[in-house]
Design a protein around this ligand. Sequence first.
Ligand SMILES: NC(=O)CC[C@H](N)C(=O)O
Length: 330
Amino acid sequence: VKPQVMLLATGGTIAGAGATAANSASYQAAKVPVDKLIAGVPELAGVAQVRGEQVFQIASESFTNEHLLTLGQRVAALAVQADVQGIVITHGTDTLEETAYFLHLSVHTDKPVVLVGSMRPGTALSADGALNLLNAVTVAADASARGKGVLVVMNDEIHTGRDVTKMVNIKTEAFKSPWGPLGMVVEGKSHWFRAPVKRHTTGSEFDITRIRTLPRVDIAYGHGNVGDTAYKAFAAAGAKAVIHAGTGNGSVAAGVVPALRELRAQGVQIVRSARVVGGGFVIRNAEQPDDQYDWVAAHDLNPQKARILTMLALSQGADSKTLQRQFMEY
Ligand SMILES: NC(=O)CC[C@H](N)C(=O)O
């Protein structure tokens, strides 16, 4: 008998539809229901017994913290079921990396959890969703994927949900990991080359089944001629932390430093990340005296992933020391 894989559908381009086959970029996301997605790829039956569930039908730029919590709790509930060997989540690609990292940090399971999307709607010429879906189910049904955390399968590559980021839009080779993919999936077989070393899933101190709400954490973007307006406004709106999407090494403009010190004194956590797309790397006390200012360095996590980790950390009352430790461990 084939392994049983649950397919949780949330929308995105993989469920998108355009007016003509030439519409590879102009189309509506989140149109096709999960049963049709499954029926559209009969080859799935050769890999697994796939059951579908429509969790949401949205474009992923509209994902909220509520969506993360709802999806996470559903994944955790399914993961303890004996009749589920793996879980696939179809998702819009825009914030797929955020959801993947959130689940990677907070769902305590060894079972494969695989996120997948597409860059072209199923109605387009050379649509990529069908093969991406088959590949994702292949990995989710594969015992060799167990214990590797939450995975993202796109464009024949298997990535860890921690590292992967959407680096390119329009192209089908949209997702890259700064430290490289974990493996490839080709013609129904997974090929592994590395495994994640950071804490995740069963080794994580975060547990989705215990989290009821997530605190507000915002991201402010560094650039030439930047001011401190956004940082202050986020804090005034209730942000418990502000992620600084800093230039270069997470550097902070001289004119912004006083506001960030003031916000920290008021209790807002300040996390220095980097806006560089090829893989930022922020080192504590390089560029800015983090020890003196009590700021946190995001290490290699991009701003949007830094937001996810910070929300989970603050949901269980982390102080700045704990938060910094978590940035090094996860
Ligand atoms: N390629 C995509 O999935 C992008 C579609 C849409 N913006 C989303 O993220 O859901």
